[in-house]
Design a protein around this ligand. Structure first.
Ligand code: SF4
Length: 453
């Protein structure tokens, strides 16, 4: 590989207190890292992506700061997307800066965008934060850094420091349809040890006595981009319309052209012999036509049908279910999130409301069509004991009444509220006390170890 001039790093969250025995969480690389990497390559830069967890699984002593030094990398970006990555990502950034003081270090991703000003004010080892979508910004930034131009004020979406003071660049940008359609999310060739990444476990357990025993996932999978934005505002979600508008400036939904997306998925599957895709984008649940168009192309072009895990934002329509069944692999799964048994709670807290009657009718149809279905229920901090009991009873009712090999249900406790979600922005209105408010709260909450990275 050509000498790297911009390194993008994914840092998982580490839990555990010894180098001999630890767990890594948040092992998915945010999908935007791949499109940004391709944009750099398109503009003649030489990017590389490193997943620190994957590297640790080869060598628990792998030292990323040392790697940057040995390779004389001038520019390092760390993806701080999920709040659980906060402590470890900042810690890794600090260590890289300590032994590479001349390397330009920047952050990107939703979490760092949400707290961009605070990060620049408080953490001198971070030189800049790309606040929002990054494909345009990263190229503009790389051009500045590599031409040694210290005036970064023309870089879109950038927060940076000048003479000790924070500079908030005026140019705000997010991808329009044409731009989104021009991006490629297939950048695996830039990811070090990507073969291992495709099957890397959701939670990686490291044990020094059995370093080669990796709890791989059974199937290789990749998360795909179908578009950006959501018109909904579920109360606990930091990725809804209001949150995105505040954090990134995005004020609309942008869809990728299904033909372009399908072509990418088909090539990707051929190149990497992928077992399944994971899609989580369904911003218009009542009109899923563009998704149906995508499934029809995939069904036609891929005789060996691919499995897809699809997270619905509302309830899937009958047409969607028919097309899903006809065109995709037999182990494909539709994920529906009723969240609560109480229809009132669902109405108050969840976008794209549906009744329990509609849920039951939809399940009937899914079972009749033999489509695997996973139901997600959540226990959120504002729920009363009766609400929780009702949800448990509804799950039992579904599992007993349906007695189907096709339906599974998960009931998950959610304790940590995401930054900028409606609950965080209107805690008083919802009658809750926030445990996590500031950047430091999130950093402390995500600290699960003693500096293992
Ligand atoms: S549907 Fe709700 S949970 Fe899903 S992205 Fe939109 S606001 Fe978030």
């Amino acid at each position: 590989m050509a000498k790297t001039d911009c390194l993008l790093i994914h840092v998982p969250q580490v839990r555990g207190f010894s180098k001999k025995d630890f767990k890594l969480f948040i092992n998915y690389i945010a999908i935007g890292v791949f499109s940004m990497c391709n944009e750099l390559a398109k503009n003649k830069f030489k990017p590389q992506i490193i997943h620190l967890g994957v590297e640790k699984s080869f060598d628990a002593d792998f030292d990323i700061a040392d790697y940057v030094k040995k390779n004389k990398i001038k520019m390092v970006g760390l993806s701080l997307h999920w709040h659980y990555q906060a402590y470890d990502t900042l810690n890794v950034a600090r260590k890289i800066k300590e032994i590479n003081p001349d390397t330009f270090i920047f952050l990107g991703g939703i979490m760092s965008s949400a707290f961009a000003d605070d990060i620049i004010k408080k953490y001198s080892y971070i030189d800049a934060v790309i606040k929002g979508e990054g494909e345009k910004s990263i190229v503009e930034l790389a051009q500045k850094i590599h031409s040694q131009d210290k005036n970064l004020s023309s870089v879109s979406n950038l927060r940076w420091r000048k003479n000790g003071k924070i500079v908030k660049n005026k140019k705000i940008w997010f991808a329009n349809e044409e731009e989104l359609n021009s991006y490629s999310f297939d950048a695996l060739k830039y990811l070090k040890n990507y073969e291992r990444y495709l099957k890397f476990p959701f939670i990686y357990n490291y044990n020094a006595e059995k370093p080669d025993e990796i709890n791989y996932r059974k199937k290789s999978s990749f998360v795909c981009c179908l578009g950006r934005g959501c018109p909904g505002n579920c109360s606990w979600c930091g990725g809804g319309y209001e949150a995105m508008k505040k954090i990134t400036g995005r004020n609309c939904v942008t869809l990728r052209n299904p033909k372009i997306a399908a072509k990418e998925f088909i090539n990707f599957k051929k190149k990497y012999n992928l077992d399944e895709y994971y899609f989580c984008f369904d911003p218009f649940p009542k009109n899923q036509q563009y998704l149906i168009e995508l499934f029809e192309i995939l069904g036609k072009e891929m005789p060996n049908k691919i499995d897809i895990m699809f997270e619905c934002f509302g309830l899937p329509t009958k047409e969607f279910i028919d097309s899903f069944k006809k065109n995709l692999g037999k182990d494909s799964q539709i994920i529906i999130s009723p969240e609560f048994a109480s229809e009132e709670l669902r109405k108050e807290h969840r976008a794209f409301w549906f009744s329990n009657r509609e849920l039951f009718d939809c399940l009937e149809y899914l079972i009749k069509k033999e489509v695997k279905t996973l139901l997600y229920f959540s226990v959120l901090p504002f729920e009363s004991d009766e609400d929780k009991k009702a949800t448990k009873e509804l799950i039992n009712k579904i599992m007993i009444d349906k007695r189907s090999e096709f339906v599974e249900a998960i009931n998950q406790q959610i304790n940590d509220i995401e930054p900028y979600c409606p609950l965080a922005l209107n805690a008083e209105k919802y009658g809750i006390t926030l445990r996590l408010k500031t950047l430091e709260d999130y950093i402390n909450n995500s600290k699960g170890h003693r500096d293992l990275l």
